[in-house]
Write a new protein. Structure first.
Lengths: 334, 195
């Protein structure tokens, strides 16, 4: 059976790409045609209108699409997660200097950030931070980071910047920082433009990031696809395959980064600044089996974040509909 | 119906396609039509133009930027909603098939948007057809050049006449069930390699 699977070029699209290119789909009798999408909106619309049979999707966007909050309403289910974490918050080198180059824990960095952001907001020149889509954990992580430092997120100007454009936007000074997935933070650091202020997992541990979104009409290929992606995800997480995977992503995913840099984002050996300050966190990006089970509490948390960002008015009916999108029962049945 | 009071923004990575759409919308009597280039200050320029409708190519990465304008619509002075008359899935499907996505200000009636979308779909499809024809013409020309070169090689190496060389090529193509141009390419490669 031949299916079209959409993805956006990011390191965490690895399980989908590996399933297509390393035989995991074939073992399940599936032939995956990969479709690289230029934006989350395009991916979402193509999935809703049936051009795609499945997609690598931002966890909150799968919910928003089903609730009709974003784009054409779609009936989606999330039978598995593809990744936890993987984002980072990068601040421009001048902003980092203005913050006094805070060392140490995330709380301390957040406090320094909040101080500068507060001053700027008071002066009528709020800091501008880039996120990848309104319905993304990137948006919520920026907001939570601000709160961690004691700043009301209303004091920030959030703008959407597509990941491949983040580095240019920082270079031209149109943004003071951004929250984005790998490898774009590392590319900005490598270019000497920014400083990774916090890893996503330091703001929200085990943050639900990308999921497999399937239309409810995915008859016949849902179960084999989930089986293939679970095996592919575990293969991707195995350090023994890191080099091969980095090469595969380099050539197949359109990441615009060299293989060694992608390999670092896979292993969580992050370079925080151009001077080579390193931080290693094995949970920086999780593709392993622990990231796969779709947990209803993840959906509930995402709904809370959406409500807090003013994207929806919470009510019991909405919460119930959102909870039904996550399908641990389908996952457990395999 | 002329819509002299409407402002439409066109955003498309292809300048040629944007120009064709712009011309079509002008001809239909749309009041203001502006082509906005993809780029970092897109949001600022869209906000300054205050369009009633934004027609954007589906493949434009800037779509996510416009999504923000729609998600923040409650605060915005002129709220923008994703075009989707959600009741009209056929229209939406036709637009997406043609490579179009559109965003409209909240409250604009469907009857006013539909002619714009119709024009956009017709123009985008015509553009795709032209592109296809151009590609075919290019391939045909390139193929003809290959066949001429292969004929020349056969004529000089084997002392054949032009007709004999062509007949040989055709017979080979029929026997191997391949395109004439493929056989020609194989002959040229062999000649290049073997000198």
């Amino acid at each position: 059976m031949k299916i079209q699977v959409g993805y956006v070029p990011l390191t965490d699209a690895a399980p989908v790409i590996a399933a297509a290119e390393r035989g995991f789909a074939r073992d399940e009798g599936l032939e995956i045609a990969l479709s690289r999408e230029p934006s989350w909106a395009t991916l979402r619309d193509r999935l809703a209108l049936g051009h795609l049979d499945a997609a690598h999707m931002l966890a909150p966007l799968a919910i928003a699409s089903t609730l009709g909050l974003s784009g054409p309403q779609a009936d989606l289910v999330v039978p598995m997660g593809l990744s936890l974490n993987g984002n980072a918050l990068t601040l421009s080198t001048p902003l980092w200097a203005e913050m006094g180059a805070p060392g140490g824990a995330t709380a301390e960095v957040a406090a320094a950030f909040a101080r500068v952001a507060g001053e700027r907001a008071q002066a009528g020149r709020p800091l501008t931070l880039g996120t990848v889509h309104p319905f993304s954990c990137h948006t919520y992580q920026i907001r939570l980071f601000a709160r961690l430092g004691g700043l009301d997120p209303q004091g920030l100007r959030l703008v959407v910047v597509p990941p491949p454009e983040t580095v240019d936007a920082m270079a031209t000074g149109s943004i003071d920082g951004f929250c984005c997935g790998a490898p774009w933070n590392s590319i900005a650091v490598e270019a000497g433009l920014g400083r990774i202020a916090a890893l996503g997992c330091e703001i929200v541990p085990d943050c639900p990031e990308k999921v497999l979104a399937l239309p409810t009409r995915a008859a016949g290929y849902g179960a084999p696809l989930v089986r293939a992606l679970r095996r592919a995800g575990s293969w991707c997480a195995d350090p023994a395959h890191r080099e091969e995977l980095a090469g595969l992503l380099c050539e197949r995913a359109g990441l615009g980064a060299p293989a060694n840099l992608i390999a670092r984002t896979l292993s969580g050996e992050m370079m925080l600044d151009a001077a080579g300050t390193a931080r290693t966190d094995p949970f920086y990006l999780r593709l392993d089996a622990g990231a796969h089970a779709p947990r209803p509490e993840q959906a509930a948390w995402l709904m809370e974040q959406m409500a807090s960002a003013g994207q929806l008015a919470p009510n019991a009916a909405l919460a119930a509909r959102a909870g039904a999108i996550y399908r641990p029962d389908l996952f457990a049945a395999l | 119906m002329t819509e002299t009071s409407l402002t439409v923004a066109v955003i498309d990575p292809s300048r040629a396609r944007a120009a064709i759409l712009e011309e079509g919308l002008r001809a239909a009597g749309i009041g203001t039509v502006a082509v906005i280039a993809d780029g970092p200050d897109l949001q600022v320029r869209v906000a300054a133009l205050k369009p009633d409708v934004v027609v954007i190519h589906l493949e434009s990465p800037s779509r996510d930027i416009l999504e923000q304008m729609s998600s923040l619509s409650r605060q915005a002075e002129r709220p923008v909603a994703m075009f989707v008359d959600r009741s009209d899935r056929t229209m939406m499907q036709a637009a997406v098939d043609a490579g179009i996505s559109a965003y409209v200000v909240d409250g604009l009636r469907t009857e006013r948007i539909r002619p714009i979308l119709d024009i956009a779909i017709a123009r985008f499809n015509a553009f795709a057809r032209l592109q296809r024809e151009l590609d075919e013409a290019r391939t045909e020309l390139a193929d003809r050049k290959l066949i001429e070169r292969a004929k020349g090689i056969l004529m000089s190496r084997r002392g054949l006449t032009e007709d004999e060389a062509y007949t040989l090529l055709r017979r080979q193509a029929m026997n191997e069930k391949r395109k004439l141009a493929d056989i020609a390419r194989a002959i040229i490669t062999a000649a290049d390699l073997l000198g």
